[in-house]
Design a protein. Structure first.
Length: 392
């Protein structure tokens, strides 16, 4: 039997590579001789840069940058060479991710993407030809204004003076945008962004209403943020002529997608589509007998381009069964059966604290994968016995 393991990471807990190795250990608890292909998958969030760089045998470069609450942090970006071109890989989560925002400071009105712009500048300094940016697991909702400022964009108030946008609450203060001093090297590189294609910047389904509460915003702050982002989109349209309000992916990472479109000339892609250009999984899935995938939370949003559903889509095209191991089972998770996931189970089997769940996650993922595979083995044994009886 050939098993293929293609998980995503568990947000704020384990990256995709760590999850994949725990799942492999679970399978090998049952049978050490099993043929197992392990393919850690990333969706643009935590672990994105490291995974891509490992696959491409590139290097990670450390850089001190501005973190999401304005403090200096150590981050990194990757560089690899392929076909005579140098590509930088930037992970938004590694510089402005939710994991980097202390729980008592989780307020998207006050977090910034400035460090993302600093990493883009560092990539330009490294004389790359392409920049690949992963948008996911963000702790910000400033529309990419912080990133834009690091690259030379100025936001002007009603007195005609430049202002510093340090979070979503400052967006409403800008009356115009000055792009004359934007780093001109941006015109010389190709920038591709892996993002959630369904996220838009403004409106009732905009990023403030959908994701603001997850980042710590109160209902009042959500409305304040929504007004700020709408005003920000108006300023962008007046300055650049692009209406980013409802462009696909414009709401990615708290509106960073909109900022990347407007100020860097980036092209946004559904995250799985662009990542598949760098990580090939179709051939391995097509030759598997069973596929295991994983996600931190499986719910009604999973079919909207998240890794388990994309893995299941490929598997179903090749008539391969899929089992998902998940941290929690959320609202509407049953829709994933229609998305091609044949079975799923949570690693949490008893009431526990969040801290303990994070601590025990590697062991529980291993045990849950072992349990799921033992159940598969029972089914195979039953099928073999039935076949034997029918053949005599």
């Amino acid at each position: 039997m050939k098993i293929v393991i293609v998980p995503s990471g568990f947000k704020e807990c384990m990256d995709a590579e760590e999850v994949a190795l725990a799942m492999e250990r679970g399978v090998r608890r049952v049978d050490h001789s099993m043929e197992v292909d392990v393919i850690p998958m990333i969706d643009g969030g935590e672990g994105f840069a490291r995974t891509i760089v490992n696959i491409k045998r590139g290097t990670l470069i450390e850089k001190e940058v501005t973190g999401p609450v304005g403090q200096k942090i150590k981050s990194s970006f990757g560089i690899f060479e392929e076909h005579g071109k140098r590509t930088a890989v930037i992970e938004m989560a590694a510089v402005a991710g939710l994991k980097l925002v202390p729980h008592h400071q989780r307020n998207p009105l006050k977090t910034t993407t400035y460090g993302v712009g600093e990493l883009i500048q560092a990539a330009l300094d490294a004389e790359v030809d392409n920049i690949l940016i992963g948008c996911g697991d963000s702790g910000t909702s400033d529309g990419g204004a912080g990133m834009a400022q690091a690259l030379g964009v100025q936001f002007i108030d009603k007195q005609g003076q430049p202002i510093r946008v340090t979070g979503g609450e400052d967006l409403i203060k800008a009356t115009s945008i000055n792009t004359r001093n934007v780093d001109q090297r941006l015109k010389e590189v190709t920038i591709e962004v892996a993002c959630n294609w369904t996220n838009i910047l403004c409106g009732e389904k905009g990023v403030a209403h959908v994701f603001g509460p997850q980042k710590g915003a109160t209902p009042e702050q959500v409305e304040q943020l929504a007004k700020g982002l709408e005003h920000y989109a108006k300023c962008i349209q007046e300055a650049i002529g692009i209406d980013v309000r409802s462009l696909p992916g414009s709401g990615a990472s708290g509106g960073l997608g909109a900022g990347l479109i407007a100020f860097t000339g980036a092209t946004l892609y559904p995250r799985f589509d662009i990542i598949m250009n760098y990580i090939s999984i179709e051939e391995k899935i097509s030759t598997a007998d069973i596929v295991f995938t994983a996600e931190g939370s499986l719910d009604f949003q999973t079919p909207n381009g998240k890794i388990p559903s994309e893995v299941a889509r490929i598997a179903k095209q090749n008539h391969v069964p899929v089992i998902a191991i998940t941290g929690t089972i959320g609202k509407g998770a049953a829709v994933n059966y229609d998305a091609g996931i044949d079975a799923f189970s949570s690693i949490i089997q008893r009431p526990t604290s969040l801290e303990n769940a994070i601590k025990k996650a590697p062991l529980w993922i291993e045990e849950s994968t072992e349990s799921a595979f033992r159940q598969v083995s029972i089914g195979l044994d039953i099928a073999a016995k039935m076949y034997y009886k029918e053949s005599i």
